[in-house]
Structure formats: structure tokens, C-alpha cells
Ligand binder design. Structure first.
Ligand code: ADP
Ligand code: MG
Length: 242
């Protein structure tokens, strides 16, 4: 019997690309409202795992369960998730308002509701004065806010972030880290945040999932991993200096 209180369950997820096994049987349950960070070195399968959750690709085997419902094979647009990427992928020829509205227009949402959601998200992200600009007229941080705004207006049950800050400079990264944590506090949604940055993981996560080579090395609260790393790899990545 599936526990429907979990926002997300991954049951024995495997993924191969041709002969290459990339994800080797991942089990994980994420609670409603949790901020979970997937951390691990480049190439360990973080993006692949996020894409499987999002429905942008399908696992080779294993089940993905959202709110008690198996969603394998269900298209991304019907899973009720929003993903924010490292590259903002904004439409350069559209205004910020149009960029924020576009996905909702495709869902045939009434105009007034679109405007309401866009205005609320823009206000929350403090980009309400930029709505008539085009992406080319924005700073990197403003563009990333628009990308996050595009995720917010869909009112997803889960937010997925794939290294959203890695293109930003150090100072802005710090600021956006705080803003995303504030956003989580405000919205209370389940968020899954992928990074290779240990400090992001330590400061943002309710729970950290440490990945290596397509396997989970350890799952736990930041301080528990820091104080009691399961092995040398976790210690080297997260733990206190040995
Ligand atoms: P991460 O996001 O942790 O850096 P990825 O999930 O992008 O890692 O990649 C994990 C592994 O899977 C890498 O070895 C990568 O080369 C491989 N991979 C990812 N996507 C594909 C694909 N579409 N085809 C073949 N190999 C892929
Ligand atoms: Mg990646």
C-alpha cells in the first residue's frame, strides 16, 4: 500500500542510455513541503534523476509515485510540476509579462486569472517593475527571477530546480539562495533542488541526498551528514574537515 502522505516516491529507479547504466536503483521518499537537495559531483546523475521526476524522460525500470499515484508514462505537462533550469530559456522576443503568461495561455487559462497569477508572482519576486521589458534588457539575476516566476505561476505541487544559480556570480548566488529559501518558506511547496555546491546544500536543505555514480550514498539532515558522514566520500563532500 502506497503511503499517500508522501509528495514523491522513487521506487527502484534505474535508467540506462543504450548500454550505459546511469541510475542504479534509487529508492527515496519525499514528504510534503520538504526542501530536498540532491548533491553530488558532475556526472553522478542529478539532472537525469530530475528529468525522470519531471517526466521529460522515462526510467528504464522502477516506479515514480506522485501523491500516491504512479506517473510513469504520464507526460510532463500533466504531472503538475515546474522545473527551473540553469539556462533561463526565456523567449528573447517576448516581454517579461509574455514570458510569464505564455505557459498558462497554452493551458487555456482565462486571461484575468493569468494576469492575477503573473502580477502576484512578479510582486513576490520583485520584478513587477520589469514586466514590459524584454529578457535582453535584464540582468542575470533578474532573468533568473523571471525563470523562477514562470515556475511559480503554474502553481506546481513540486518545484524542481536544476543548478539554477550556477551561471550567476558569487554575490548574486548568495542573494538568490536566500530568496529561494524565502520562497519555500512563503509557498510551503515541496522543492527538489539539484546542485554540486556543498554550501548551497548545507544552507538550503531540510534533507540532503548525496549521489555518486547513480547511487545514493547517504540521505539526511545537513548537520547529521556533516557530523556523521556514512563514508569517506560523504565526508569529503559534506562532512567536517577530517
Ligand atoms: P549531473 O547532472 O549529475 O552532472 P547527468 O544526469 O547530466 O549528471 O549525467 C549522468 C550521466 O549520464 C553522465 O555520464 C552523462 O554523460 C550521462 N547522460 C546523461 N544524459 C544522457 C543521454 N541523453 N544520453 C547518454 N548519456 C547521457
Ligand atoms: Mg546536471
Amino acid at each position: 500500500m502506497t503511503d499517500t502522505t508522501h509528495a514523491l516516491e522513487l521506487n527502484q529507479i534505474r535508467k540506462s542510455f543504450g548500454p550505459v547504466d546511469v541510475i542504479h536503483g534509487i529508492d527515496l521518499a519525499i514528504e510534503d513541503g520538504e526542501f530536498v537537495v540532491f548533491v553530488g559531483p558532475s556526472g553522478c546523475g542529478k539532472s537525469t534523476l530530475l528529468r525522470l521526476i519531471a517526466g521529460l524522460d522515462d526510467p528504464t525500470s522502477g516506479d515514480i509515485v506522485l501523491k500516491g499515484k504512479r506517473v510513469n508514462g504520464i507526460p510532463a505537462s500533466e504531472r503538475g510540476l515546474s522545473m527551473v533550469f540553469q539556462s533561463y530559456a526565456l523567449y528573447p522576443h517576448m516581454s517579461v509579462r509574455q514570458n510569464l503568461s505564455f505557459g498558462l495561455e497554452n493551458m487555456r487559462m482565462p486571461r484575468e486569472e493569468i494576469a492575477q497569477r503573473v502580477d502576484a508572482a512578479a510582486k513576490m519576486l520583485q520584478i513587477d517593475h520589469l514586466l514590459s521589458r524584454r529578457p535582453g534588457q535584464l540582468s542575470g539575476g533578474q532573468r533568473q527571477r523571471v525563470a523562477i516566476g514562470r515556475a511559480i505561476v503554474r502553481e506546481p505541487v513540486i518545484f524542481l530546480f536544476d543548478e539554477p544559480l550556477s551561471n550567476l556570480d558569487a554575490e548574486l548566488r548568495l542573494q538568490m539562495r536566500v530568496e529561494i529559501s524565502d520562497l519555500h518558506a512563503k509557498l510551503g511547496n515541496t522543492m527538489i533542488y539539484v546542485t554540486h555546491d556543498q554550501i548551497e546544500a548545507m544552507t538550503m536543505a531540510d534533507r540532503i541526498v548525496v549521489l555518486r555514480g547513480g547511487r545514493i550514498e547517504q540521505v539526511g539532515r545537513p548537520l547529521d551528514l556533516y557530523n556523521n558522514p556514512a563514508n569517506r566520500f560523504v565526508a569529503g563532500f559534506i562532512g567536517a574537515p577530517q
